[in-house]
Write a protein that binds this ligand. Structure first.
Ligand code: GTP
Length: 324
């Protein structure tokens, strides 16, 4: 699993926390991914780390998560999506099986990985991409296939809001694909490796279900509501549809929280405060009479009494004073 990126689009939330370790509702994002893999029979996950590897290790710990063994591999410098796979493969040596899954570590999904593996085996492919149909493909590159599922071409993002099939960031690879990745330098699997496999064993399978790349603030919030409103299969238990209140958070009786909101552990929401369509991460505070909407408060952020925060991200430990 590729978890080494800097997550620049999620700054400042990712200033000190790598994207996969960011809390989503009640657990580190990585936990959702490992639980999804475990549900499809995966027994070991190798985490290809780069940016802030210690924070990632802290998120799920060494050892295992829900019965899935975890191994952390740290690149000396970012090697790109393919370079990272090669580096991790070399680091674990003989433990790498002849066929393995590769995943982008920033996708919340319940797509059927078992079906992807079966399609790969049935077709005798060298690599099989999970693809996902979207209504608006303007921010994604597209994957074109023939009726039998062989990949014909990749197209760059067009900027047009047209429907199309995009790579879901989940691949089955044969070990021989590693030979196409030059060692010791930054290499992209999307632009340097997959195009070379077109017509040479590269297949794709369209998967239906839930899929969301959480890499922007808007999508991080949308993923939160989708979990809390039951649109994706997860183990999370919402306090009410659209709402999650952490056990040790203090919400004043007169505060209005919701209809969509997360109040994580050790947060406090004062008298007559309002919180709507917002996520308060651990230890953040909304003072009495303050109003927060469409926003994310990073851990330890403080919205002072009477202040107003709309459609904003408040960075870790920052304070927002009341406007005069
Ligand atoms: P942005 O900076 O906001 O684009 O986010 P990002 O750094 O996560 O990049 P992107 O979304 O393109 O990356 C897709 C996945 O690959 C993410 O899970 C990244 O963590 C991971 N990734 C990207 N580049 C590298 C790399 O050089 N090494 C490793 N190990 N992982 C990477």
């Amino acid at each position: 699993m590729l978890v080494g990126g800097e997550g620049t689009r999620l700054r400042p939330l990712t200033d000190n926390v790598p994207k996969p370790a960011l809390t989503l509702v009640d657990r580190p994002f990585l936990a959702y991914m490992v639980e999804w893999l475990g549900a499809h029979g995966v027994t070991e996950v190798v985490l290809a780390c780069g940016f802030l590897p210690d924070r990632l290790r802290e998120a799920l710990g060494d050892g295992e998560h829900e019965g899935v063994a975890l191994t952390y591999v740290v690149e000396p410098e970012l090697r790109g999506t393919a370079g990272a796979i090669r580096f991790a493969a070399e680091a674990i040596g003989d433990r790498l099986e002849d066929r393995f899954l590769t995943l982008n570590g920033d996708v919340l999904t319940d797509l059927d990985l078992s079906a992807l593996l079966r399609a790969h085996e049935r077709r005798g492919a060298r690599a099989t991409l999970g693809i996902y149909g979207v209504e608006d493909s303007s921010t994604f590159g597209l994957v074109a296939c023939d009726a039998a599922g062989a990949v014909l071409a990749f197209t760059e993002k067009t900027g047009e809001a047209v429907p199309g099939e995009i790579s879901a960031g989940a691949y089955v690879l044969e070990r021989s694909v590693l030979d196409l990745i030059p060692p010791g330098r930054k290499v992209s699997i999307e632009t340097e490796v997959f195009p070379r496999l077109v017509g040479d064993g590269l297949c794709a399978l369209r998967l239906d279900g839930y899929w969301m790349d959480i890499g922007t603030h808007e999508r991080y919030l949308q993923a939160t509501w989708d979990i809390l409103e039951g649109r994706v299969e997860t183990e999370v238990r919402a306090t009410a549809p659209g709402l999650f209140l952490g056990a040790d958070s203090a919400v004043a009786d007169s505060a209005r929280v919701g209809p969509r909101a997360v109040v994580a552990a050790r947060c406090s929401v004062g008298e007559d405060a309002e919180v709507a369509d917002s996520v308060l991460l651990a230890g953040s505070t909304v003072g009495a009479g303050a109003r927060v909407s469409g926003s994310i408060l990073a851990p330890g952020a403080v919205v002072e009494p009477g202040a107003r925060v709309d459609d904003a991200i408040v960075a870790e430990n920052e304070r927002v004073p009341a406007q005069r």
